[in-house]
Design a protein around this ligand. Sequence first.
Ligand code: PLP
Length: 399
Amino acid sequence: MPTPVFNRHVAAIKPSITMAVTGKAKEMKSKGIDVVSLSAGEPDFDTPDHIKESAIQAIRDGFTKYTPVPGTPELRAAVAAKFKRENGLDYKPEQILTSIGGKHSCYLAVAALVDEGDEVLIPAPYWVSYPDMVILAGGTPVIMPTTSETDLKITAEQLRAAITPKTKMIILNSPSNPSGAVYSRSELAALGKVLLDSNVYVLSDDIYEHLVYEGEFVNILNAEPKLYDQTIVVNGVAKAYAMTGWRVGYAAGPLPIIKEMSKIQSQQTSNVTSISQKATVQALNGPQDHLAVWKAEYDKRRKHMVERLNAIDGVKCAMPHGAFYVFPDVSAYIGKSYKGKKVTDDVALTDVLIEDFHVATVPGTGFGTPGYIRLSYATSMKEIDTAIDRVAAGLAALS
Ligand code: PLP
């Protein structure tokens, strides 16, 4: 068989590292190894019952056929109402596109706008998928490094300096996966001012909107409404309603952009599963009481995890303000040795942790920030304690 020659953009991307680590942990578990996984970005809570019931009812009612590509009128209206109610943003149902997960929503925005040679600004640490989405579209990801002095956030000056005639888009993600950083209204207003003077589109990924423990969630359009015609807002039900497996995300934006994204989707996946659409209507329109309960639980775990990590010699863990991850700096351990072999980077370090100490974490390199690791606290206190015991033992074993 001839060696396949792949599309050059496909050849240039790599599999999602979070998916890879989570898969490895699952595989080890299936072999009977007791692995504690802090690698997945997935709530440990169950999808609320009223949402499940609506899906069961949809099946019973025979609501099991194709729907319009962008989603049912009922769902698009529910999403538009959510934006008005929770975010003070005005979108008509026609300006909403529902897709198979927030991941596909992000990809479609990139695919619709980014052309060969276009640059896309991506503040680091970033969600693992953004750069590869840009590469797939033929664009060039331009990574904007940050430091702990600015809480791993970019500044307006930095943004101004990074914009070139080739810059097509910036991807903002607040609260951030992996750092948990949350941009304040004034920080977003400062970024917004710079962006208004440019033709740069903003992709605002708000998937962790409901998980802000300190401060408030603000979308850049709340801080700078004049960016409306150059902003696409992405969100979804995965994190807020523990619906990761139902695969529903949505995007809102200027009508011509949403139409173009929908055109791509019509040739790729058609519509979101009809049953998941019914469940999402219920999620958005139904009771929201669980949000405060879950948030309070995550908040306890967040504080506990940060305290425990900072008690480990050489580990520096800032208190994240949102999402459900901590992102400690473990650079003090890079360059040490384990079993006579040098631990050259955070990837090697997380390998030691999973292989020999049976705790799955994700290396910061995957998020464009070497020297850090990401640990999720969307798991029970008991698991968190076991995991941190193992991380501590693993780090102590390095010399
Ligand atoms: N955006 C960020 C920052 C995420 O962390 C995730 C999931 O991990 C997503 C988007 C996509 O979520 P989904 O495709 O499950 O809706």
